[in-house]
Design a binder for this molecule. Structure first.
Ligand code: FES
Length: 490
């Protein structure tokens, strides 16, 4: 049960973030086999595992609670009584199997040792000699098994693992190898969205069948009736709807994921305006909520076109995380167009807004865990905010820093968000730059990071600000492929 821990489970057991664990794996301090970590290697790297040692994990959870938009917390904390019972049942079955195997093996070893011992008493010359050697070997082998991992440490890890398995099940997706936790009795789909993954889905409510996936290993439980009907053949092959099932035990699931912007469908959703928050006389935030059955699928950093009830329309960067696709945030800068006139004039909470998208390819390079540097010029903070929230959600990037160069009168309007990130994450740094000179900003970045070449740069803002910085970064040895940019209106 315990051999071959997934990275998410190993990080949780050690009480560290996945990014930290990944960094130690990259440095060769912890070995992996087929994406898994052995108990022995984990204990060698983190010998003092205790049930309370979740500080790093708690920090990440705290950041998600305070810095990210409020999520629908229904069913996400504690498993329902039924799921809990099913998990306990599965665990007790597995535990009794293990105990039975263990006691059988021990009894067998005792008997072999006993018989060999008797054999050595017999005066049979060479045969007796061989039997003695065999008995010595057996004794040594048993001692080696016991001494492999100190029993106390192993027991502590087992206790923590058992506790975590009751609270959350781990899902591994194939062929991507992504893995994440299903907390409480949330659906396999909801948990994947929360983890920043892009499993295919449509209605999220059991009607369309787009979330169909194949269960390869593990036990699931249906959490809602669904109208979509799976064929008998599909059922035999293990297909299920991820939006309508939760995980009882750890799972391996074969599922289609959107791995690039091209894999995402274009969507058109009528959503409701929940709130308008003025940030200054020229800037406001729109909080838009989609219907429960129509979450917007997008990748962090992308844009969507908003059309108001009076027909005024504008394409805007989404300033929130895809891990909460129902709650979308946009910053609107006052301008000379109809959209601005309506947004700063007649627009009221409760009105319907049509969202069409997603558009754009300014997205996080997820398979690149090297340190990331985000640079936002003015309103370029919107897509950068989305990227950073996603980076926190997937917990794979080693470290990240944000430079926000903002000359607008309202200045740095995301102070609470930045403070929450800085307080909660050791690997996040924020600099509020106030420079019109690209060379000055570049010097600032270079002073903070000795070697720029191995980093990834995400730049968003007016083209006139992005271009000179890009030139300076390339001159400093950063490969063009490591600089991704999103020009935004001036
Ligand atoms: S997403 Fe439509 S059935 Fe699951």
């Amino acid at each position: 049960m315990m051999e071959g821990l997934s990275l998410s489970r190993a990080a949780r057991l050690a009480g560290v973030t996945r990014a930290e664990l990944q960094a130690r794996i990259r440095r060769g301090e912890i070995a992996t086999f087929e994406g898994s970590v052995s108990v022995e290697d984990l204990l060698r790297a983190y010998p003092a595992v205790t049930l309370q040692d979740d500080s790093a994990l708690e920090r990440v959870e705290r950041i998600k609670r305070t810095a990210l938009p409020k999520t629908d917390s229904r069913d996400t904390v504690l498993p329902s009584a039924q799921v809990l019972l099913a998990r306990l049942h599965a665990m007790s079955e597995s535990l009794s199997e293990r105990m039975a195997t263990l006691s059988t093996a021990e009894a067998l070893l005792d008997r072999v040792e006993e018989r060999l011992g008797a054999l050595t008493q017999a005066p049979l010359g060479e045969q007796a000699e061989q039997a003695r050697a065999l008995a010595d070997w057996l004794r040594a082998a048993r001692q080696a098994v016991t001494a492999g991992t100190p029993a106390e440490e192993r027991a502590r890890l087992l206790a923590k693992d058992a506790f975590l398995r009751i609270m959350a099940a781990n899902v591994r997706l194939i062929p991507s190898g992504h893995d994440y936790f299903v907390e409480g009795s949330e659906s396999i789909l909801d948990a994947s969205v929360r983890a920043g993954l892009n499993l295919n889905y449509g209605c999220a409510s059991g009607n369309c069948g787009a979330c169909k996936a194949r269960l390869i290993q593990g036990e699931t439980r249906r959490i809602r009736d669904h109208d979509y009907v799976l064929s008998e053949r599909e059922k035999r092959l293990g297909y299920l709807l991820t939006c309508s099932h939760t995980a009882v035990t750890d799972l391996v699931i074969e599922a289609a994921e959107a791995l690039s912007v091209k894999d995402l469908p274009q969507q058109r959703i009528r959503a409701s305006l929940r709130a308008i928050e003025p940030l200054s006389s020229d800037l406001l935030t729109l909080h838009i909520q989609t219907p429960r059955t129509q979450t917007l699928r997008f990748m962090s950093g992308q844009r969507a076109r908003l059309t108001l009830e009076d027909g005024a329309t504008r394409e805007l960067s989404i300033a929130s995380c895809p891990c909460n696709g129902r709650n979308l945030w946009f910053f609107v800068r006052r301008g000379a167009d109809d959209f601005s006139a309506s947004a700063f004039g007649s627009l009221r909470p409760g009105q319907m807004i049509e969202i069409e998208g997603p558009h754009g390819d300014f997205v996080l390079t997820e398979d690149a865990p090297e340190p990331a540097v985000f640079v936002a010029f003015g309103d370029g903070i919107a897509p950068i905010k989305s990227l950073i929230e996603h980076a926190v959600s997937i917990d794979l990037i080693e470290s990240f820093s944000l430079y926000w160069d903002n000359a607008h009168p309202e200045g740095h309007h995301q102070e609470r968000w930045c403070r929450a990130l800085r307080d909660a994450l050791d690997n996040f740094a924020f600099t509020h730059a106030r420079s019109d000179d690209p060379a000055e900003l570049f010097a600032m970045i270079q002073a903070d990071h000795h070697d720029l070449a191995p980093r990834r740069f995400y730049l968003a803002g007016p083209l006139a600000r992005i271009e000179p910085l890009t030139v300076l970064l390339e001159e400093a040895g950063v490969a063009p492929g490591h600089i991704i940019s999103e020009p935004t209106p001036t």
